[in-house]
Ligand binder design. Structure first.
Ligand code: DLL
Length: 434
């Protein structure tokens, strides 16, 4: 039996829009009553919730920025009292205070339901054994996926992150059929398997559900080949819910964003709405949340909306895979560099893996870029000459691809990720030099 909720996932676009408008109006009324931040902005614009009469009226509503959440840290955006909140998550907050998200019992149940839909979309059923190696804790990955697996009725292995050797053993012994973790950790698991003499046949894995960080098609190919699985992309963020806001279906050409729970928009750098198909920043309004509903949240993730019908039959629009964030861009000696460009170039070079870190520094007032990149384990044991040639090739291709001179350091397999929550792609030391 599958969890596919045909009525809602294949609902007609007109019925979906009607449902969205009803939920949007409820959400606006709720935040107007309960969240001073929104009430004050709406009042200052002379607006009351009843002014939202059509979905297009969403453009009357204010954007919410990560900084607004920080300014109201920790609970200023909660729309219910603490007695109604049953769980709190927070994102790591590498650049300041963490951003917090609070969930009511209904929110947790809705999230589990959406996650069950996501898993079902990947072909998982109650006959599946799902190994969850996303971190459990304040990070939404572990618990978010976990509750979805239970709701679906599959068996969950709550492995959390770390201890790769043990994870591989558990996956083999418990006959895991699905793996959920970050794509960079999936690569680590695959390496451990091949380094320790396991063959793909030793495992029953069929599908992987990977997300929480950008990963391109080169990385997908690498993972699919080494684990002999289908690798699907899952998107989400703490502020909006956690994993499961959007999920790739087996067509592998975009992620369905669940429009019965989220209202997506794409905007340009000035916040002006862009039509479907055009690339810009994803903005999400939650239309089915009680604990912390957000209006027009600026995700800073760059993507576009796909409105063409999908062969899988689901009618919810898709987002293209998120390759970069607006705030990911590095400016090095005046040249704009995105980590996704580096990943793209590295994917074309035999002998290295799409696992890298950009170290930016300033020497004698000049910016420098060092790309640390992991060697493919198949190359271990090759001669120093081979390594020198590989380093030279990577340096040349990166310098050409980025239009920027850079250095390359080859790193041992597995040295850049150790199953922490997410891969850290950028180390910018320039701030320390000022
Ligand atoms: O990463 C939630 C999550 C957990 C998603 C497990 C998928 C799987 P945060 O820690 O709040 O939440 O980080 C959210 O991560 O704004 C994106 O920039 C990035 N991100 C998440 N999923 C993807 C993805 C979780 N599939 C931020 N592709 C988001 C690219 C992603 N980037």
């Amino acid at each position: 039996m599958s969890y596919w909720q045909h009525d809602i996932e294949c609902i007609s676009r007109d019925a979906l829009k009607e449902l969205q408008l009803e939920k949007l109006r409820k959400t606006v009324s709720k935040v107007y009553e309960s969240v001073p931040f929104y009430r004050e902005i709406l009042k200052s614009r002379g607006l009351v919730p009843q002014d939202i009469r059509s979905l297009d009226d969403i453009s009357l509503l204010p954007f919410t920025e990560k900084d607004d959440l920080r300014d109201n840290y920790p609970f200023g955006f909660f729309a219910v009292g603490q007695e109604s909140i049953i769980r709190i998550h927070a994102s790591s907050g590498t650049t300041g205070k963490p951003t917090v998200s609070g969930y009511t019992a209904r929110d947790i149940s809705r999230w589990a339901d959406l996650m069950a839909r996501n898993l079902s979309c990947a072909g998982i059923s109650r006959f599946s054994v799902v190994h969850v190696a996303y971190g459990y804790g304040l990070f939404t990955g572990g618990l978010g996926v976990h509750y979805g697996v239970e709701k679906l009725g599959a068996s969950v292995i709550p492995a959390s992150g770390g201890n790769t050797a043990r994870q591989v053993q558990l996956m083999r012994d418990f006959h895991a059929t699905a793996l959920c973790c970050t794509p960079s950790y999936a690569l680590n698991l695959a390496d451990h398997m091949s380094q320790n003499g396991y063959a793909a046949d030793d495992f029953k894995l069929k599908v992987g559900i990977f997300g929480a960080e950008p990963w391109a098609d080169g990385m997908r190919k690498h993972i699919e080949e080494s684990l002999n699985i289908k690798a699907l992309d899952i998107y989400g963020l703490t502020e909006i819910m956690g994993p499961g806001v959007a999920m790739e279906c087996p067509e592998q050409n975009g992620l369905h964003i669940w429009e019965d729970a989220f209202y997506p928009e794409i905007v340009d750098e000035n916040g002006n709405p862009l039509p479907d198909g055009e690339e810009g920043e994803l903005v999400i309004t939650t239309i089915d949340k009680e604990g912390m509903p957000l209006l027009r949240y600026r995700t800073h993730d760059i993507t576009s909306l796909v409105s063409e019908p999908c062969a899988c039959g689901r009618t919810h629009r898709k987002i293209k895979r998120v390759k970069m964030r607006t705030d990911d861009m590095l400016v090095i000696r005046g040249v704009n560099v995105y980590p996704s460009q580096v990943e793209f170039v590295l994917a074309q070079i035999e002998g290295i893996r799409p696992q890298f870190r950009l170290v930016v520094d300033r020497v004698d007032n000049l910016d420098t870029l060092l790309v640390e990149v992991e060697l493919d384990n198949k190359l271990i044991g090759d001669t120093v000459k081979d390594l020198e040639r590989l380093q030279g090739e990577a340096k040349r291709k990166l310098s050409e691809g980025l239009l920027l001179r850079c250095d390359v350091k080859l790193m041992p397999t597995g040295s850049l990720t150790r199953g922490e929550v997410k891969a850290k792609r950028i180390m910018d030391l320039r701030d320390k030099r000022n």
